[in-house]
Design a protein around this ligand. Structure first.
Ligand SMILES: Nc1ncnc2c1ncn2[C@@H]1O[C@H](COP(=O)(O)OP(=O)(O)OP(=O)(O)O)[C@@H](O)[C@H]1O
Length: 178
């Protein structure tokens, strides 16, 4: 008899596969990515930087470990990201891809790539150089993004300077609503 966790896992995988077939989730073939480089690890898996073939634009590929807990997590993250996908200070979600790993299939989220590290790293190096105008800009952007999350009934639960990542344009900060 199938256990509860494997039934749940099947349901989550079904949701992902339906999303691909019915086009409520954009799907990209893993072979379309190149220049794949490791960026860092989090609680749920690893993050890589990559480009799509024939494109110079970087994306982040967030690999989620393959078991029922993490499949649930990836489905949850996709639902959250799709709700808050249009805010300038929230990392954009582009779709998913799949990577075959022997018998297993791993799903990866395709996200906008933030190329300038975390706000925490930035503050470590620049804290004494910040003027009030910059501090105000940070506060406005953070409050604006959090307000967008709350309008969509999302609570971040772990917002800190290590979870805020930056793009080259140092005036634009991005948040990841997981
Ligand atoms: N879209 C992205 N662009 C650039 N770097 C990213 C992106 N997403 C995550 N990273 C970096 O990859 C690393 C792992 O991120 P990840 O989101 O998996 O872990 P985390 O921030 O600890 O959150 P979690 O609570 O999900 O474990 C971190 O160093 C993070 O700054």
């Amino acid at each position: 008899m199938a256990s509860n966790s494997s039934i749940n896992e099947d349901k989550q995988i079904q949701w992902l596969e339906n999303g691909i077939v019915k086009n409520y989730i954009n799907y990209y073939d893993y072979n379309e990515f190149e220049n794949i480089q490791y960026v860092g690890s989090g609680g749920f898996g690893k993050v890589y930087r990559a480009t799509l073939k024939n494109s110079d634009t970087f994306v982040a590929l967030k690999y989620i470990k393959n078991n029922s807990l993490f499949i649930k997590e990836i489905v949850n993250e996709i639902k959250l990201l799709q709700k808050a996908n249009l805010h300038i200070n929230i990392i954009q979600f582009f779709g998913i891809t799949k990577r075959k790993n022997n018998e297993d299939t791993n799903y990866l989220l395709i996200l906008e790539y933030a190329d300038s590290g975390t706000l925490g790293e930035f503050l470590k190096d620049n804290f004494n150089r910040l003027d009030w105008n910059m501090k105000l800009q940070f506060a406005i952007q953070i409050a604006d993004a959090v307000s967008c999350l709350h309008e969509n009934d999302i609570i971040h639960c772990d917002l800190n300077a290590g979870k805020i990542i930056q793009t080259t344009d140092q005036t634009c900060r991005k948040y990841y609503p997981s």
